[in-house]
Design a protein around this ligand. Structure first.
Ligand SMILES: C[S@@+](CC[C@H](N)C(=O)[O-])C[C@H]1O[C@@H](n2cnc3c(N)ncnc32)[C@H](O)[C@@H]1O
Length: 205
């Protein structure tokens, strides 16, 4: 599936910081407090892996994390992160290609789902859903459009940039909210960041 950010690994975080300041980080860190102690955590599309170090600040030990990232260069950077006393299994593959035991308490999809066409979003979404225990939490951050003129401009610029550099498949936002609704996930908490362009949401299965 074409959402591999390999070519952008060396500049991704710097560019994100330049354009969004701390908003991308704040949106993801806002969700981390919902991770229970000793949880079995699935992280899909963690990028350069800075999220692992933010996790250590909140849960320095006891987490069993499975970290799935398709881009080898992103994975190489992720493996260098401080993981504290948490246990991390790194898997360099696409989430839809791997078999995992379906007993996760929580999944994080930080800016993952907005990279797919609707057709592939449904495949990835269904794959992740079956890996979750009943009552598991899904912590999702995505871009969203809320009637501000500059949001579609920024969104299209990002899609064009990452299409050219990384050949990502999406050229418009897929229907992410609809996936959660159709699978009967309950929205537990949400917050917007960066002029409502970023939505951080906690769902319960
Ligand atoms: C937009 S980047 C976000 C990176 C990171 N979460 C962040 O916020 O800095 C999306 C990440 O998901 C990874 N990815 C895309 N499709 C994937 C898939 N099917 N399975 C696993 N990882 C995937 C990409 O390689 C990329 O690192």
């Amino acid at each position: 599936m074409a959402a591999n950010y390999n070519n952008s690994a060396w500049f991704y975080d710097s560019l994100a910081r330049l354009v969004y300041g701390k908003a991308l980080v704040n949106a993801q860190v806002y969700l981390l407090k919902h991770i229970p102690e000793n949880a079995k955590v699935l992280i899909v599309g963690g990028g350069t892996g800075w999220i692992l170090e933010e996790l250590v600040r909140i849960r320095p030990s006891g987490l069993q994390i499975t970290y799935v990232e398709i881009a080898p260069n992103m994975m190489a950077l992720s493996k260098k992160r401080n993981i504290g006393n948490n246990q991390v299994t790194f898997i360099n593959d696409a989430i839809e290609n791997i078999d995992l035991i379906a007993d996760f308490d929580i999944v994080l999809t930080p800016f993952l789902l907005d990279n797919f066409t609707n057709e592939n979003l449904i495949k990835v979404f269904n794959r992740i859903t079956i890996l979750l225990k009943p009552d598991a939490l899904w912590l999702n951050t995505s871009f969203q459009l809320t009637d501000k003129w500059w949001q579609p401009v920024m969104l299209q610029s990002m899609f064009i940039l990452f299409k050219v550099i990384c050949n990502i498949e999406a050229s418009k936002l897929p229907a992410i909210d609809k996936c959660f609704e159709e699978k009967h996930f309950k929205l537990v908490k949400q917050q917007c960041f960066f002029g409502e362009f970023i939505g951080a949401r906690v769902y319960r299965k």
